[in-house]
Ligand binder design. Structure first.
Ligand SMILES: O=C[C@H](O)COP(=O)(O)O
Length: 251
């Protein structure tokens, strides 16, 4: 039985003071982690404040990015080893904004996944197609290609513990959500791909989120789909009230 995971991705929003205020407003109203895992992935500069504010609560903490080296002359990067030392549970990799604006390749993302696993931080691996790819009806081959390249060389145990976020680029921050059926269809394809690459048990264990304009108004319908185990949420995770409505979608 997979535990749902609803994670906010704050992107380049919030400062340490706002982070502490946000956590103070939500920390006592989060669901039990065994029912729904609630997580916030924050900019590196907010992680220390996030960890301190969330101590003793059900809030899980994630970074938005990490480098594939643990230390060295890599100006401006974030070490996966230090994330672990700080008590960070998750780290987003392969978000379309990083693939697009920062030219990250599947090879980089694969190295990041390996470095995070080596340091005991769970990757939230993002994948998803552009509008152009969707209009050409090539979304399945595109996403399956990303998954195969990004997971290369990972073990079945590692993949079973991974979180994958399917985020069609055309639905991110646009207010244009994929229909629950479109989201389910791709999440099912991703699970079948994991089954082909690994085995049934791994495919049954891996958690797959949908991301792209998820809001309190549509979260229930999306979460009702059998292959969707959570949401990766941008805009609607920036306000405590809206985040609480999302993580408590079962109530
Ligand atoms: O990682 C989150 C996604 O990019 C979705 O963002 P959004 O909920 O603002 O559409």
């Amino acid at each position: 039985m997979r535990t749902p995971i609803i994670a906010g991705n704050w992107k380049l929003h919030m400062n340490p003071e706002q982070t502490a205020e946000f956590v103070a407003a939500v920390k006592d109203k989060l669901p039990e982690s065994s029912k729904v895992e609630s997580a916030i992935c924050a900019p590196a500069v907010d992680l220390d404040a996030l960890r301190k504010a969330a101590e003793g609560s059900n809030l899980h903490i994630g970074a938005e990015n990490a480098y594939f080296e643990e230390e060295g002359a890599f100006t401006g990067e974030t070490s996966p080893k230090v994330l672990k030392e700080m008590g960070i549970n998750y780290c987003i990799i392969g978000h379309s904004e990083r693939r697009g604006y920062f030219h990250e390749t599947d090879e980089d993302i694969n190295k990041k996944a390996k470095a995070l696993f080596a340091n005991g931080v769970t990757p939230i691996l993002c994948c998803g197609e552009s509008l152009e790819t969707r209009e050409a009806n090539k979304q399945e081959e595109w996403v399956v290609g990303q998954i195969k390249a990004d997971l290369e060389g990972l073990s079945a145990d590692q993949v079973a513990s991974l979180v994958i976020a399917y985020e069609p680029i055309w639905a991110i921050g646009t207010g244009k959500t994929a229909t629950a059926e479109q989201a389910e269809e791709m999440c099912k394809t991703i699970r079948e791909t994991i089954k082909d690459l690994y085995n049934e048990e791994t495919a049954e264990n891996v958690r797959i989120q949908y991301g792209g304009s998820v809001k309190p108004a549509n979260v229930k319908e999306i979460m009702a789909k059998p292959n969707i185990d959570g949401g990766l949420i941008g805009g609607a995770a920036l306000e405590p009230e809206s985040f609480l409505a999302l993580v408590n979608y079962q109530d």
